[in-house]
Design a binder for this molecule. Structure first.
Ligand code: ADP
Length: 193
């Protein structure tokens, strides 16, 4: 079974490609989705809380992702500590999930920060979704109802998409009207060989 990384910065269209892969019957593991669920585990929350001064849970017990994001945004060592808690767990869960995908020739692992975290080493190949920054900002302003400046600030913390595309084995150009279904099918065919 081949393990394929799927990456690209926010707004490039990763989730849209994951939806197409799943539609075509290809199993996808979405790292961010899985990591979100860790906050349901009180032990994990306690470990994260020990890194921060302000509460990581809101009064009604929900994860205060905005506060966590703001805290790690301005403090790289906190970000490293948080990643050190999350990433080994994500990779462990990915391996367990892979074991449940018996008979599948190919599975995908989606993460915006695959290269930033060096997780490409655990993959057989990487597919990058690429779109120019300006268009990603336009789409995110619609999707998240955010100001351009806030989106650009988040993007500055990620590796430029040009670099991701250059490192990847396959690139999907996610322009409007791109033949996504055909491109996804073709890449999967090539990966399966
Ligand atoms: P990511 O998961 O990489 O952050 P999304 O898949 O959520 O990105 O895509 C960002 C936004 O762009 C979404 O609102 C999505 O519906 C839209 N989008 C994705 N692909 C296209 C496309 N080819 N043409 C037009 N809009 C698109």
């Amino acid at each position: 079974m081949k393990r394929i990384g799927l990456t690209g910065g926010i707004g490039c269209g990763k989730s849209t490609v994951v939806a197409e892969l799943r539609r075509q019957g290809v199993p996808c593991f979405v790292a961010d989705e899985v990591a979100r669920a860790y906050y349901d585990d009180p032990d994990f929350v306690a470990q994260v809380q020990s890194l921060f001064d302000s509460p990581v849970l809101t009064a009604d017990g929900k994860v205060n992702r905005k506060a966590i994001a703001a805290a790690v945004f301005s403090d790289k060592s906190k970000l490293q500590h948080l990643n050190a808690l999350i990433h080994p767990r994500v990779m462990h869960d990915f391996e367990r999930w892979c074991n449940q995908q018996q008979g599948q020739p190919v599975v995908f692992f989606e993460s915006a920060i695959l290269y930033e975290c060096g997780l490409e080493k655990a993959m057989d190949a990487v597919v990058a979704v690429y779109l120019e920054k300006e268009e990603r900002i336009r789409r995110l302003m619609v999707r998240d109802h955010c100001a351009a400046e806030a989106i650009e600030a988040r993007m500055r913390n990620q590796m430029p998409d040009e670099e991701k595309a250059m490192r990847a084995d396959y690139v999907i150009l996610n322009y409007e009207g791109n033949p996504r279904a055909r491109q996804v099918r073709r890449i999967v065919e090539l990966l399966i060989g």
